[in-house]
Design a protein. Sequence first.
Length: 205
Amino acid sequence: MRLSTFVLSGAAGGVAFCAAATTQLTVTSYDMLNGMSGTFSFFDSSYNGSGNPAVALSPLSGGVGELTDGIIATSNWNVTPAPYVGWSNRNEPILFRLAPGSLVEQIIVHYDDSNGNGGVSPPLAFHVDWGSGSMQFDVINPPTSAPTFSVLDLPMPVSGDAITLTPIRRTQWYMLSEVQFFGVPTPGAFALLGIGLAAGARRRR
């Protein structure tokens, strides 16, 4: 199944949108080949799992890093390269694992759009695979030149045990700064929330 996804310009808009969405879910790890070098090094330098985050295309697994650190780029790659992980002439699959029992309803992917400057453009599409199904979201390239994001609404809540996100390149490079997941957290999270609400009610009495 293919869908067209809309994009909104600017990281500030992304923060406002996320606040209105369902609960943000925690990524426990993601696996991929490290980013690549061009004018700058677009590596996942804070990755804390196995592999070498200082080497281009090093296999990274079992950890988390820049793609889930909560830092969303607000400037193009040639102004502030540090928040970006980038790949050239390849469509790099990224396998995300969330807490067991999590159900994912929506994915928001933040990336750069420099209108082709330096060969960097938004992805042409995002392919999402969750094991029992898959979907491709075509990206409409906005006329602006600023970091932006795509909202990928899944057709149903899907298990967060293993979700593969594959950006499909439009031009030579694409640069990702953050990937966020929203949906229903683990049952334990609801239990803790209930305990907290009950404790608050007792204090008010």
